[in-house]
Design a protein around this ligand. Structure first.
Ligand code: AMP
Length: 449
């Protein structure tokens, strides 16, 4: 396998991607980077999100920019605002050490005036959704005559969204001498039309492997008001009486607070974070490993040292900042062919993060229904009955005690005894849920693309 350096990536970009933790090129990068660094090279790549395609085209186009010329030299077209912002962010990250390089995201729904102002000051790369770019072109505020590289990202999606005419109108304004790169997850008919019309002898690349996340993991999210997050956590945990999982928190303080609350509320929980001594951490980890602890509340960093990955559930008490952490956390469940559940308890402000994770994993989240108090009580009750049925009786140890126990309970009939036994565990929940308000799931008008 080649290194980024061997592919021809220049040193300021190498430095930036090293900081991002990109150690070696992904397959699509290995194929596309050297090719795009050359001249007159068109590419059609069948590659999905999560394959590393942004860097595959991003690094070479950044490298080819002449920073002293403040005209758009590269144009990236993509279907949605979210993707547009994501690409622009990535390009900014990659060009951290190239002084004065300007990337402008252009998309509908944001102020066109400020986009025009920035264009006037001069930009090198425009990342745009087709509709808004066409609008700017019609106002004569964007000059595409110096564009040397055009990228169509998620081309199939753009066609699905009805952007074919806009794309044609935009490409007509770009000099014919440019390189063109088209990325698409599928190759519908319309794409063939575009490639025939605008591309010269394109190299075709098919990239199969993508970061799909684990197929055995169900990703579920519950969107609640920030004030209800802890209550929601309790409900979810109550709804899965046999849960064996990690609750990931964002800070040490939050980790400790949540663990303390859970312990106070009678759960078999403990905390793991960097403020504990090594001995304390070892003790908690061991307890969790041997399943003497049902719920471990932990920070990402502290949980790294824990070699447990056969969890039934991973709970994100708030989503992490980056998708890698999400995948890393969730990868601790759904192992060995079993289905694991990765549950995000989040508030409305985290909606964008869910979309981003969905996009990168190319997998949709299920919207969780908050279990009602009644449903939880029922589930717990049946779990208890199940345990009674399955418990292993140690005849030898218990038989000497049984005569006195029978004598004591003689006055109760079988039905009474069962009721009492079950109530012993059940009352705690019943008391709690009898008066508990139902938790409102925030109606987030959440629409998937
Ligand atoms: P993309 O397909 O461009 O959305 O990229 C998917 C994810 O892979 C993003 O989170 C990138 O930051 C990450 N990524 C891209 N290239 C590399 C690399 N060579 N090494 C590690 N991670 C990468």
């Amino acid at each position: 396998m080649k290194t980024f350096e061997e592919l021809g990536v220049a040193s300021p970009i190498l430095k930036a991607i090293q900081e991002l933790g990109y150690e070696s090129p992904m397959p699509v990068q290995e194929e596309v980077i050297p090719f795009l660094l050359g001249e007159d090279n068109d590419v059609i790549a069948l590659a999905q999100t999560g394959t590393g395609k942004t860097a595959a085209y991003g690094l070479p186009i950044l490298q080819k920019i002449n920073v002293s010329d403040y005209h758009p030299q590269a144009l990236v077209l993509c279907p949605t605002r979210e993707l547009c912002l994501q690409i622009a962010d990535d390009l900014n990250d990659y060009s951290k050490y190239i002084d004065n390089l300007k990337v402008l995201p252009v998309y509908g729904g944001s102020s066109i005036e400020s986009q025009i102002k920035t264009l006037k000051r001069g930009v090198h790369i425009v990342v745009a959704t087709p509709g808004r770019l066409l609008d700017l072109m019609n106002r004569k505020t964007v000059d595409l005559s110096g564009v040397k590289n055009v990228i169509l990202d998620e081309a199939d999606e753009m066609l699905n969204m009805g952007f074919t005419d806009s794309i044609n109108a935009i490409l007509a304004e770009v000099p014919a001498s440019r390189n063109m790169l088209l990325f698409s997850a599928t190759m519908p008919q319309g794409i063939a039309g575009i490639t025939r019309k605008y591309m010269k002898n394109p190299k075709e690349i098919v990239i199969g492997v993508k970061n799909e996340g684990n197929k055995n993991i169900r990703n579920v999210y519950y969107m609640v008001h920030a004030r209800d997050k802890y209550l929601a956590l309790k409900r979810i945990v109550d709804y899965y009486p046999n849960i064996y999982g990690i609750v990931f928190c964002r800070t040490r303080k939050e980790t400790q607070e949540i663990a303390d609350k859970l312990i106070q509320d009678g759960y078999n929980a403990d905390s793991l974070h960097g403020e504990l001594s090594q001995a304390q951490r070892d003790y908690v980890m061991q307890k969790f490993r041997v399943k003497n602890l049902q719920l471990l509340v932990a920070t990402d960093v502290a949980a790294r040292g824990l070699d447990v990955d056969n969890l039934t559930h991973v709970i994100h008490y708030g989503l992490p900042d980056d998708v890698e952490s999400y995948t890393h956390r969730s990868g601790r469940t759904g192992r060995a062919g079993k289905t694991g559940i990765s549950i995000a308890i989040c508030h409305i402000k985290e909606k964008g993060k869910i979309r981003e994770i969905e996009r990168i994993l190319n997998k949709k989240f299920e919207k969780g229904e908050m279990p009602s108090g009644k449903a939880i009580c029922e589930k717990q009750l049946f779990n208890l009955v199940d345990q009674i049925e399955k418990v292993k009786v140690n005849e030898e140890e218990i038989s000497p005690l049984m005569p006195s126990i029978f004598r004591k309970l003689e006055w109760l009939d079988k039905e009474d005894i069962i009721k009492r036994m079950v109530s012993l565990e059940f009352n705690r929940l019943l008391d709690y849920y009898r008066d508990a308000d139902e938790i409102e799931i925030v109606d987030d008008v959440y629409q998937l693309r």
